[in-house]
Write a protein that binds this ligand. Structure first.
Ligand code: XMP
Length: 516
């Protein structure tokens, strides 16, 4: 396994994902990870990530000394290379001039890392097309190192100590703009660190199944199944691991998509034989939401009511000792980052509410070590359908935040139908998987239309579709006019109480993806 020490670069998670894609288990930890913990982790190689700081700043982060004492391969990327150079006795110079974007580096030295990897060749000098993002640069190599790569503005764009298998790269192999980045990382991990590519979906499932069995023994486990990707994968995994010791509670709050409750029941309960209790709580939820139009208050009510229902249902069960959750690795990294105050301070929406503290259940979180793409792959491997595993995210409060202002059963019904048409047409046009999230928003305003010879005075809906990588920023999707036209025609013709369809052309920021 590989250890990645995080100096706060926006690309650090990407390094971890690349290593996992190569098929090798890795973990990401803050740069100041405890020395004993590093030894206990017993990595076969260490990657030092980039970071926003300059090694000349007071208290700027340093790699723990033990990193250089373990006698294993090290790859320093960007800041990781600079701190390595500085700590090992070289020199780094600050520069106000930032190099940012595409660059071509000449490979001027010999190394196992870059041997025979090139995009071009200039009279015997291999050239790589890379992505650079740095201000400081190494100006004097530490003892034992030789020059590996250079650009006109960065004399030491790479350094190597072939004897110790220590490497520094000023550019970022983890971003796809560095065309040979994947090969470089594979070379480091598989050839130099000699890790084996064993981190495959089948092995991950095997491993997790065993761990879960060891953890829970004969006890019973409770899971809140939402129909979303993470909780569905947990359900499938636990079902495989512990069968009838698992009970799921699915809360139908009346704010789900069309047929969603039935689909969850048919997939899990009927097809897979998972024990699922369906709590039909539409009236309870809508009753509590009546007259409430403030978005934050709506969210709170939905979250609290969810807990109330979940609690009620689980109290009816006997001998439950564990609560399973679909926590995934980015959640773990984020909360660790929030604790140390370093990097990754990313706004996170928690799933409905958070669970009551007085439940006194121990947690089972089998996906804690996985990235979203890994969760999806193991979902497929466990037999969940592609369209389930690759569906768009759906917020905990559901249609509740897509009905502007007060929520009414009538509005939810109309929105559900309109949303279904939009999603169906996105699938038909092969656009569903090209956008990151798409949905319809219900506007509680009426507008005039004309149908046949008659005047129609009915509700307005907006279509929303966005493209994004991290949901922190997003661009409205440039859907083809023909597709928008088709969706609009179908909604207005098939749903009598909707007279007008608009398309939301706001990007995030300054708008958010959801309307509330
Ligand atoms: P915004 O609207 O903040 O949404 O741009 C970013 C992403 O988060 C989802 N979202 C939520 N998810 N509970 C959730 O579980 C919430 O209250 C919530 N609000 C927004 C949203 O769908 C988008 O994917």
């Amino acid at each position: 396994r590989i250890l990645i020490l995080d100096f706060g670069s926006q690309y650090t998670q990407l390094i971890a994902r690349r290593v996992r894609e190569i098929g090798v288990y890795c973990e990401l930890h803050p740069f100041d990870m405890d020395e004993q913990a590093i030894r206990d982790f017993s990595p076969k190689g260490i990657i030092l990530s980039g970071g926003p700081e300059s090694v000349h700043e007071i208290n700027s982060p340093r790699a723990p000394q033990v990193v250089f004492e373990l006698n294993i391969p090290i790859l320093g990327i960007c800041y990781g290379m600079q701190t390595m150079a500085e700590q090992l006795g070289g020199k780094v110079e600050s520069s106000t001039l930032r190099e940012f974007g595409y660059a071509q580096v000449d490979i001027v030295g010999k190394s196992e890392l870059l041997n025979k990897i090139e995009d071009n060749n200039n009279a015997g000098t291999p050239i790589l097309d890379v992505w650079m993002s740095h201000g400081d640069k190494v100006t004097q190599l530490p003892q034992g190192f030789t020059k590996l790569a250079s650009t006109p503005s960065c004399p030491y764009a790479g350094m190597v100590d072939n004897g110790r298998h220590w490497y520094g790269l000023q550019f970022h192999p983890e971003v796809t703009h560095t065309k040979q980045g994947g090969r470089i990382l594979s070379r480091f991990i598989l050839d130099i660190c000699q890790c084996k590519a064993l981190w495959t979906p089948a092995n991950i499932i095997e491993d997790m199944t065993q761990k879960v069995r060891e953890q829970v023994g004969n006890a019973n486990v409770l899971l809140g199944l939402s129909g979303g990707v993470d909780s569905s994968v947990v359900a499938a995994l636990l079902h495989k691991a512990i069968g009838s010791q698992l009970t799921c509670v699915f809360v139908d709050n009346g704010l789900l998509r069309l047929h969603e409750g039935d689909q969850v029941m048919s997939m899990f309960a009927e097809n897979m034989g998972v024990k699922v209790i369906r709590a039909n709580a539409e009236d309870l939820f809508l009753g509590k939401l009546a007259g409430i139009s403030d978005p934050e208050q709506k969210r709170k009510i939905i979250g609290n009511t969810f807990i109330e229902v979940f609690d009620q249902e689980s109290n009816k069960l006997d001998n439950i000792q564990f609560l399973a959750q679909g926590t995934i690795y980015p959640d773990v990294i984020e909360s660790a980052g929030a604790k140390t105050g370093k990097a990754h301070v990313i706004k996170s929406h928690h799933n409905v509410g958070g669970l009551p503290e007085d439940m006194k259940l121990k947690l089972v979180e089998p996906l804690r070590e996985l990235f979203k793409d890994e969760v999806r792959k193991i979902g497929l491997e466990l037999g969940l359908p592609y369209n389930m595993v690759y569906r768009h995210p759906f917020p905990g409060p559901g249609l509740g935040v897509r009905i502007l202002g007060e929520i009414k059963k009538e509005y939810a019904g109309l929105l559900r139908q309109a949303d279904h048409i939009f999603i169906e047409e996105l699938h038909n046009a092969d656009w569903y998987h090209k956008v990151s999230q798409a949905f319809v928003v219900f506007q509680p305003v009426k507008s005039v239309g004309v149908v046949g010879d008659g005047r129609r005075y009915a509700w307005v809906v907006a279509l929303r579709a966005v493209e994004t990588i991290d949901f922190m920023t997003a661009r409205w999707a440039h859907l083809p006019y023909e597709l928008l036209e088709k969706v609009s025609n179908r909604i207005i013709n098939e749903i009598e109480d909707i007279s007008r369809v608009t398309y939301d052309v706001s990007s995030k920021p300054p708008a958010t993806i959801e309307w509330e």
